[in-house]
Design a protein around this ligand. Sequence first.
Ligand SMILES: [Zn+2]
Length: 604
Amino acid sequence: MAEPLHVPTWNLDDVFPGFESEKYREAKVQIKAMLEKAKNYLANSSPPDGEEAFADWLWALLAELDQIEVLADTLSAYVYARFSTETKNPAVIAELNTIEELLVPATTVLVQFRNMLAQHEKQLKAVIAADERFAPYAFVLEEALFFQKHQMAPELEDLAADLGRSGADAWSRLQESILANTSAVWDETTGERKTMVELRNLAYDPDRSVREKAYRLELSIWKSVELPVAAALNGVKGTVVTLNKRRGWESALEASLAQARISRATLDALIGAMETSLPMWRRYLKAKARLLGLEQVAFYDLFGPVEKPGAMLPTFQWNEARDFIVRQFGTFDPDMAAFAAYAFEHFWIDAKPREGKSGGAYCTHFPAARQPRVFCNYDGSFSSLGTIAHELGHAWHYETIKDLPMLLSQYPMTLAETASIFSETLVSKAAMAELEQSARLPLIEMHLQDACQVIVDILSRFYFEKAVFEERTHGEITADRLCALMLDAQNRTYGDAMDPERRHPYMWAVKGHYYIPSLSFYNFPYAFGQLFGVGLYQIYREQGSSFARRYRDLLRATGSLPAADVARKAGFDIETLDFWLHAMSTFEEDVRFLEDEAQKSARI
Ligand SMILES: [Zn+2]
């Protein structure tokens, strides 16, 4: 694809005008002093007696900690933003290390703060109940207490952190480096090799024989390294089981639910809806198989593109993408459209792919400047237009909470994708409706393909991880057994829609998510985010633009309440199956469209 014209890079001068600037240097001096002061203060002083005095003291402390976080977050977001566009610049890499080092005491301050809250639990609870100022903080302060109770004694936490570096973290790095460093001979005659990452990317190749060859080579590599990778998984999960027990968690799932700020009832409703939707997703996969001219899809067909002569995805020049996004945002909320237009106009988006810039996309924000920035690699394709809409959704989320204290604006992973998925859905649904019939097929298929991963594949990962924790509690799990558990999970989810001989027994070795010691079940939050965002879109379709106001209130509450209360604010109940089924029903019309197309192509 020819490079689209005038793709911009971002301007960060409002944050800091460079590493050499006075403003940046001063910020570094300031944060160092602030952290030092807070650390000493928390270590050496105790709160005053008496409810009122305690309340004032706590209020002042919160303000102090807020300032620290504003500056610390701004510095680290800035240096990371610089790094992601200049990954090979030694000065930037050095600065990244400097900032990391500079912010190490921030962790200590956080632990000290939590311990202080725990030591004065009674006073704290009284103040929350009696003093109006603390009402918005009620949940986050109680939550801090709750997590503090799930900590071991300070010296044990210290030991755990120290041992973690050569234990669970090292196991995690082992999986990462095996994934990054393995390869296989692709072409026997030339001896050309392909890395694991390259082989996995071939899943998107239009030629089925290429996809199959890559899949077989990938499986053969995993087979040859299954022993160390299984050891890594056992190491990580074994550590988690041991530490959870010591920290008083009933299970890894209980800890994950708390991190995600959702109740067991919410998870059960979500998983229930995912299970109920499986027949629909199997219909999708069967229609996809027919469109690919197959009886049944194999694992290596999941990302295979559905192409028909004349059915081409449109491409967009940068200005066309901008106009399209701003126009679609405007159909929902004029303020959101004006915000997006401002972001485009003021170079808040780094979209130009170039040497030394990392891949992927993200949205970041700089609390000291109260501004976000979007990072992406724009190539003119529809999917990269969708990425900008997604990231601008995150940016709009930040816009709605930027004036809140930091303590009230940190949202959990489950709610982090609400605004992004909503924006992306808004834009892609509009594109589907506006495009000519012929261009709709690949677009709708792509949309379903992504959603199928987030619902069906994520469900298989949830089943798998649950089984792993159950078995790991009783001892080590062999590589063979891990493969059997994975195949079983795929069987329960993909079912008769996928060729039983061509599944992927080694998905447990592929996904780095299973190897993060501090975060278990890094799967259901994706499904939550996707369905919650889509569910809000569905409500918007029914209620019209009057929903825009409630949507903003909802986003504003994401950092200070549990997810169910956030949803209740907008008038719905995520602890019921109905909410999730309703969200899921947005996919039904797309699946039907694909089934019709499959039938038509069978007749030709
Ligand atoms: Zn996102």
